[in-house]
Design a binder for this molecule. Structure first.
Ligand SMILES: Nc1ncnc2c1ncn2[C@@H]1O[C@H](COP(=O)(O)OP(=O)(O)OP(=O)(O)O)[C@@H](O)[C@H]1O
Length: 369
């Protein structure tokens, strides 16, 4: 079991990780999710003893990484698949890793087989594709047959076949009862791979919940197009609902109401004798839900507001970084549609930062020797 307790990391004036606490249980894949710059890599580096926390601590089966007797037998990690001497063959790279860590050399061929690299074991690792390099990195992580595994964005840049292979590989490790933590900024990918999600933004915990809970908490919004938006707005407010003005893709005024059924809205309109031209319910997709819940925590924000989102269960109130929807409140009178419909924008990519470790220079097994 991995345990992160009140972990904080400051780089000068930048707080990369902020009082972060969560557990990673064995026997399941835990997705460590957050937009670019959220603090995932920094947290993993601290878990692996590669960075010193400003405060708080991370433990593996009750011990900080630095105190583990045989680190590679307990923890395997893949932080940077390209960390390999380009002129070494896959086999000699793994042999070197095994020897320098006191692991049996006989294990090398086993892990090559496990990741499907036996046929290219003698080839120069420098000529490997990204997918093959990822497999070699996984082989290195598995050398000590560890119970705990950490992978930082392992599917980044892979083709669909490579993604499916890594997904199945991680799920198999969890089925074997291992503790598997895998970071990603892609919710859809994580929803297919992980059983549990730890979502962070700006270094803080947003939620720790099952994938099912995350999916179930996606908000449903009913949108109504009517030639009488102000009358409908007033009738809905009188009925105790909280309508808000929006616009559809053609810029036509629309009345939107969260967490209500189309039946209820249709009944209110019918009772008031208001004509409707369109009445539809929309449940946020996983990706929309993720963007909405992390919207307030994205470092480099786009121009418009994300769709309000009820949010999945929040682990602990002090860590909640996202304003969650409260009970319905009567909105302002219908003022016409806003300049643009409130469709969540994609999370912008984080521009490269001076001093930011885009490619951690640490060994991919993650362990100081
Ligand atoms: N060595 C460093 N010096 C200064 N700032 C750093 C350093 N490492 C990380 N940061 C900053 O800390 C924050 C968290 O970065 P981190 O790389 O941990 O995020 P991440 O969630 O892994 O993002 P990504 O998905 O882009 O890798 C960012 O603002 C980043 O610029």
């Amino acid at each position: 079991m991995l345990k992160v307790e009140n972990l904080t990391k400051d780089y000068g004036s930048v707080r990369a990780v902020d009082d972060l606490s969560f557990d990673v249980e064995p026997g399941r894949v835990t997705g460590f999710l957050g937009p670019n710059g959220a603090g995932k890599s920094t947290t993993m580096r601290m878990m692996l003893g590669l960075d010193r926390p400003t405060s708080g601590r991370a433990t593996i089966d009750g011990h900080p990484y630095a105190e583990l007797e045989n680190p590679l037998r307990q923890v395997g990690a893949l932080l940077d698949a390209r960390w390999v001497h380009p002129n070494r063959s896959a086999r000699s790279h793994l042999r070197w890793l095994a020897v320098s860590n006191g692991l049996p050399v006989g294990r090398v061929d086993e892990v090559l087989e496990m990741v499907g690299l036996t046929s290219v074991a003698k080839k120069r690792a420098g000529g490997f594709s990204l997918g093959m390099s990822q497999r070699l990195g996984l082989a290195g992580a598995m050398l000590g047959d560890p119970h705990t595994l950490m992978f930082d964005e392992p599917v980044n840049g892979l083709d669909p076949e490579g993604i499916v292979w890594i997904r199945n590989f991680m799920r198999q490790l969890a089925r074997e009862g291992r503790t598997v933590l895998v970071s990603s900024h892609l919710l859809t990918e994580m929803s297919l791979t992980a059983d549990h999600l730890v979502v962070i933004g700006q270094g803080r915990l947003i939620t720790s919940c099952s994938v099912g809970e995350f999916t179930a908490s996606a908000r449903t919004t009913v949108r109504v197009r009517t030639p009488e938006p102000q009358r409908l707005h007033d009738a809905l407010v009188t009925a105790g609902l909280a309508p808000r003005p929006e616009a559809d893709a053609q810029g036509r005024p629309v009345v939107a109401i969260d967490d209500v059924t189309t039946d209820r809205v249709g009944d209110v309109a019918g009772d008031a004798g208001i004509r409707l031209h369109e009445l539809a319910a929309h449940t946020a997709s996983l990706e929309e839900a993720f963007m909405a819940i992390t919207a307030g925590s994205v470092q480099y924000q786009g121009g418009t507001t994300a769709t309000p989102y009820a949010g999945p269960p929040v682990a602990a109130p002090p860590h909640s970084a996202t304003p969650l929807a409260g009970p319905p409140v009567a909105g302002p009178p219908f003022a016409g549609p806003p300049p643009s419909a409130s469709i969540p924008h994609p999370i912008p990519q984080q521009p490269p930062q001076a001093g930011s470790p885009q490619t951690p220079s640490a060994p991919f097994d993650g362990g100081p020797r």
